[in-house]
Design a protein around this ligand. Structure first.
Ligand code: HEM
Length: 377
């Protein structure tokens, strides 16, 4: 029996501190897709005694064994969920960890996920784009620190040190437990962190659109305008994440993708909720794979989820208010259109002639169609 299985079994019998580090090290050594059975068995037995955050973590570790592996478990969303309400904090924790991992790759070639490590110049590029995403959130948290040495690496180091000093033990544990690549390829870490940071943004967009609906229903045009403007600004603020993920090597992506079948962002509840809160999807889309993959959201729409589009049409606004909210809606729609276009371009480049998606759609043709869907009517 492996040392980590023994550690888990000892915890199951004796209790005490769960052996997080040895389990994570074992998972990173082989990738989630190839974890040995004796460790999976030990984790299954341990789960009976677990509760709270440890239970969420074990569910994520055992998703493939349980036959429930999907986008949510791939991104460890159950582990991140308690933090999703605090967008700036979660963004900072995730992006700082991504930078720490990239920077470490140059110093320690025998670290976790050793296959296809990036060269120095590539790491530098990744750090530069990641800094663009993290700076505004750091400022709002009041966590910005003066950078004493020039250069991207020095700034990234300063950011990582500040975040490590400010994050609580519970936050640091959440960060460590929320990245479980299926393979051992370096770039998969970056892919997971980018998807998670976008999910964090989608969760905030959902709150903004809900606020816009409420404001319009109350006839508060300025409130609706603010909420829509906040949403559009946020989506643009995180758009350098596309530049980060575009640095992923196609060969790395294709290698770990062999294990990600069944986990697709088509299952993102936040994305579909955001889309539906903007405008009720047409019946054809609502009945298609787009919404069959998120049955909870499909049900909410069928039960009459209110939308910004409908609330705007029904709101009693002055002409000037009508124009101002209309302009804010158009600006938000433009930010979504830009997101969809960039996503489509990246997907086409990464997939090449392999047009199928991991969500069992016809891949890039699905995306080409989805790209044309109006955000508002
Ligand atoms: C290598 C990069 C990527 C590729 C090749 C890719 C590919 C695809 C494909 C083929 C689909 C269609 C559904 C399916 O069959 O899987 C899809 C959907 C989607 N992807 Fe990506 N994607 C990539 C990166 C991302 C990133 C970084 C995000 C950010 C969260 C993202 C978010 C989404 C969303 C929200 C959908 C659902 C869109 C809809 O249903 O209209 N993707 N992606």
């Amino acid at each position: 029996m492996s040392a980590e299985s023994v550690a888990v079994r000892t915890w199951t019998v004796d209790g005490g501190d769960f052996p997080y580090q040895s389990v994570l090290t074992a998972y990173r050594r082989c990738g989630k897709a190839l974890v040995p059975d004796d460790l999976l068995d030990a984790l299954c037995d341990a789960r009976v005694h677990a509760g709270g955050e440890l239970l969420s973590f074990l569910d994520v570790l055992l998703d493939k064994r349980d036959g429930v592996y999907d986008y949510r478990s791939y991104l460890a969303l159950p582990v991140l969920t308690p933090y999703l309400d605090d967008r700036d904090l979660l963004t900072v924790l995730l992006v700082a960890d991504l930078m720490r991992f990239e920077a470490a790759a140059c110093d320690d070639l025998s670290g976790p996920l050793p296959v296809m490590p990036p060269e120095d110049a590539l790491v530098e590029k990744r750090l530069r784009h990641a800094l663009r995403v993290i700076r505004p959130a750091l400022d709002r948290l009041g966590w910005s620190t003066p950078v004493l040495e020039p250069g991207v690496r020095a700034e990234a180091r300063a950011v990582c040190e500040t975040v490590a000093a400010k994050a609580s033990d519970a936050q640091q544990l959440m960060v460590r437990c929320s990245v479980l690549p299926v393979d051992v390829v370096h770039d998969e870490y970056l892919f997971i962190r980018v998807l998670q940071t976008f999910e964090t943004a989608f969760a905030q967009l959902v709150r903004d659109l809900e606020a816009a609906v409420d404001a319009l229903t109350a006839g508060a045009a300025a409130g609706a305008e603010d909420a829509l403007c906040h949403a559009a600004t946020l989506l643009r603020e995180v758009s350098p994440l596309w530049s980060v993920v575009a640095t992923m090597r196609v060969e790395s992506f294709r290698r770990f993708r062999q294990w990600t079948e069944g986990a697709s962002a088509i299952q993102s509840r936040h994305y579909k909720l955001m889309e539906s809160l903007a405008r009720r999807p047409d019946d054809a889309r609502l009945g298609s794979a787009a919404y069959q993959n998120v049955p909870e959201i499909q049900a909410q729409v069928l039960l009459g989820l209110p939308s910004v589009d409908a609330a705007y049409r029904e709101a009693r606004l002055t002409l000037a208010e009508h124009a101002a909210v209309g302009a804010a809606m158009a600006d938000f729609a433009a930010s979504i259109d830009a997101w969809r276009r960039t996503h489509y371009r990246l997907a086409t480049r990464m997939l090449g002639t392999d047009t199928g998606g991991t969500g069992y759609t016809n891949g890039t043709s699905y995306l080409a169609q989805a790209r044309e869907i109006p955000v508002f009517s």
